[in-house]
Design a protein around this ligand. Sequence first.
Ligand code: CP
Length: 322
Amino acid sequence: MKHFTSVQDIGPLEQALAKAREVKKDKFAHADAGKHLTLLLVFFNASLRTRLSTQKAAENLGMQVMVLNIKEGAWLLETQHGVVMDGDKAEHLLEAIPVMGCYADVIGVRSFAGLTSKEEDYGETVLNQFIRYSGKPVISLESATRHPLQSFADLITIEEYKTVAKPKIVLTWAPHPSALPQAVANSFAEWILTAGYSLTITHPKNYELHNAFTAGADIVYDQEEALQGAHFVYAKNWSAYQDPFYGKRLHGDPSWIINERKMALTDNARFMHCLPVRRNVVVSDKVLDSPRSLVIPQAANREIAAQVVCKSIIDSIKTKSI
Ligand code: CP
């Protein structure tokens, strides 16, 4: 694996899931694989799970890990080319990224969508500069359009908890007080459809996602109809993708909350969310605190997903296929 930025990079999902099962059996089976290799985790945005799980996964493989929080103690970085740097940004990515590449063998990057320019966000301007200028393998820790480590962990979780071969999986938009990126929803749809599952997506009108991610999914505007017979309910807020609303929070209709009444429409569905989650806005306490909730197993599987990805990149470095 050269870089890990989407489901396309991981190869056949059956093999990736088999590797995940192996990691779960013994996280320290390859405890020296990453010896003398350094992973740098660069965060332009906040994180709890991604930071801890990726660091832990890399350390399970013997890697050294450095974390750089751009907003805490680092120079603020300019990401646009051709600008006059007379503002608060003291350093350009064009220098900063190659410098990071001098100190690290693998670089993980978290850079959320700015939600002001669809062209910039969907052009992945920050992630692609890391790939272009670092000279090192790059792992997406959530980019403007995708969150592949989260989606891999979500798929592992669905495989572990499904009770029928072809479960009904529903991705539902949920309310939120802020405008959030589409990355988690895009990525979840991409991974679930690539895994060969059918997917139902439900959201209010004008919250349609980019069809590059959702082609093949059933789009149902009536949430209660969509939830009928579901085995997994994945709730997530996202801002509008379609023009002229790109990046906007059009409304936060509270009737889209996932609560016990909605879950009663399903076939004993499991509740999923990537976290962090707004209690009693996105989902009720009773659903989140019920045995049907998988949010903690999902988070635990973030370490497993990251370890499969790190090991694959280590193997590529060692065989000099990068
Ligand atoms: N789900 C997720 O990526 O969590 P963090 O934002 O805390 O890393």
